[in-house]
Design a protein around this ligand. Sequence first.
Ligand code: R5P
Length: 288
Amino acid sequence: MIIIAGSASPELSARLAKHLKCQLVRPELRRFPDGEFYTRIGAELKGEHALVVQSTCHPQNDNLIELCFLLDAAKELGAARVTAVVPYLAYARQGKRFKPGEAISIHTVCKLIERAGADDLITIDVHHEEITRNFSVPAYNLTAMPLLGRYINGLKFKAPVVLGADKGASEHAKQVALEMGVDYDRLEKQRINAEKVVIQPKRLHVANRDVVIVDDIISTGGTIIEAAKVLRNQRAHSIYSACTHAVLAGKALQRIRSAGIRRVIATDTIEHQVSVVSVAPLIANAIH
Ligand code: R5P
């Protein structure tokens, strides 16, 4: 087995190679003067199982095309099997057509990855599980939530409670909380009348407790900042947030900190300063 490290996932690739005790190859990646990519895998892959590890985070389109080039090159070098390890799959939130003529972007992305040469795919906490069914090759969605739970448990919070940022995140919150052996709930929007919407935890009280807001992705931070406002009004002791994918677009981290959220805890599906939990053992386990 050989790991091919894409430029968006250099650290994760190295950690994965260590876990799997296998060779790590850093491909030659350059740009031509006109901006086009030059990609070369300088390794013998004949008969090998090659894992191309590349998240398609920002710059999404560059990282996606690099992934496709690497998959194709691995196949051309005669790898017996090429696995696309795409810890963060871009465009996964664009899985529906709201207006006629709109591209369902994730469908195109899945076709590209498959046609480029992936024999199978591994991703993590993809925005909608059904996305894996777009592939005709085997596609596996793993969850990093228990790993996040284990890390957070080591932080020794005060009477911790885990909250899903919204209905979609409630299963994630449950998995984090089960690992920690603590309570979980989710935030719920309740419409009081035409003008008034109240957001509050569905069941639990958060006063004097450390709250961890969980989501799959933190992008602009808007969702957790709104949640934090509500929790502060309800006298939560401290507010933290945890997610698998630290997209953190633009000044999101700054805005999150200004909103009084003490810390963002994320995984290395996207390599960011807040990515303190590695998904390498999770991927290694799935490969085994
Ligand atoms: C939405 O359904 C996702 O699970 C996240 O809640 C959302 O993508 C977070 O985005 P933002 O940080 O921009 O609010």
